[in-house]
Design a protein around this ligand. Structure first.
Ligand code: COA
Length: 202
């Protein structure tokens, strides 16, 4: 028998595909259908290329990091690599969901989950795909019973910071840090007071 998490994932994939719970997603995407799911091995090359395009191409990561960004297998093995595909199967965006204790965690402590490497294809921005990916991480963090979802962002990532604030994250300056001399701003979302009802989704 499949673990409950897998069954919920399959159910959500089915619902998103059929549009039965795509009401909010469809509205925010101007009526388009978006499939959000954990990446499969055949998704990895596309996700790697998208991460290089967005992070190196966007000036957020040095060119030397391209090989690490492109090789997503270790990330997918360590956490939940999530992809957003449009109704024609085109890769629109990605994000990685990590539980504390995972090797790729940068900020999360015990009972926390971390969102990393959020990226939406430049041509697909401003349609709610970033918001849908962040919402999916919040849903997964609640499913895992986490107390808090945390993330780090760079000072120049203004659209991402607006998105996080809209989703309910708050700045946590006491957890700011720096990566290879480049500052990272911490954001946290408390899940304990959330109104989410798991039973409504299962
Ligand atoms: C940050 C990022 C992921 C946002 O992706 P996105 O898909 O454009 O995000 P959304 O569409 O959900 O939201 C962006 C804006 O579009 C608006 N929007 C959402 N749906 C919309 C729609 N249907 N029509 C018009 N605008 C819409 C949102 O209100 C938001 O506006 P705001 O910036 O004024 O708040 C993307 O810009 C990106 O990849 N940036 C580079 C990498 C990065 O910074 N990653 C974060 C790492 S911490």
């Amino acid at each position: 028998m499949r673990p409950e998490g897998d069954r919920n994932e399959l159910k959500r994939r089915r619902q998103l595909k059929t549009g039965s719970i795509a009401g909010e997603d469809a509205a925010s995407l101007g009526g388009a259908n978006l499939e959000l799911r954990t990446a499969l091995p055949e998704d990895y090359p596309g996700v790697g290329a998208l991460l290089v395009e967005v992070y190196v191409g966007g000036g957020f990561s040095p060119a030397e990091r391209a090989p690490v960004l492109r090789a997503v297998e270790p990330l997918a093995a360590d956490g939940e690599l999530i992809v957003a595909r449009d109704e024609r199967g085109g890769l629109m965006g990605t994000v990685t969901f990590l539980l504390s204790g995972s090797r790729h965690v940068e900020l999360a402590r015990e009972h926390e989950a971390e969102l990393r490497l959020l990226a939406v294809a430049p041509a697909a921005r401003g349609r709610g795909i970033g918001e849908a990916l962040v919402t999916e991480c919040i849903r997964r963090a609640r499913d895992h019973g986490c107390q808090r979802l945390v993330l780090s962002t760079q000072p120049t990532m203004a659209p991402a910071q607006r998105l996080y604030m809209h989703a309910g994250f708050v700045r946590a300056p006491e957890r700011d840090w720096s990566k290879a001399g480049s500052p990272r701003l911490a954001f946290t979302l408390e899940l304990a007071r959330a109104t989410y009802r798991r039973s409504a989704d299962s």
